[in-house]
Design a protein around this ligand. Sequence first.
Ligand code: SF4
Ligand code: SF4
Length: 69
Amino acid sequence: MRGMIVIDRELCKGCGYCMNACHLGLIVIEEKFNKKGVFPAYAVHGEKCTGCCMCAEMCPEIAIEVYRE
Ligand code: SF4
Ligand code: SF4
């Protein structure tokens, strides 16, 4: 299954839970602050996402949406 995630960088509080949850290492932390003054999470290598939802389930801010094909 193919998946895709969208992270709302302004909702994100930079906790990194999603990054630790993704077994494929598809989430990193950005180098630019968001409006909260934290470094938000950012999705990379989107073509590898399986849509497993582990990242979204771990997010305390409900900042991640997962789409599946
Ligand atoms: S949905 Fe799964 S594979 Fe895709 S970024 Fe989130 S944890 Fe990683
Ligand atoms: S778990 Fe949510 S709040 Fe924490 S870094 Fe990831 S997207 Fe941001």
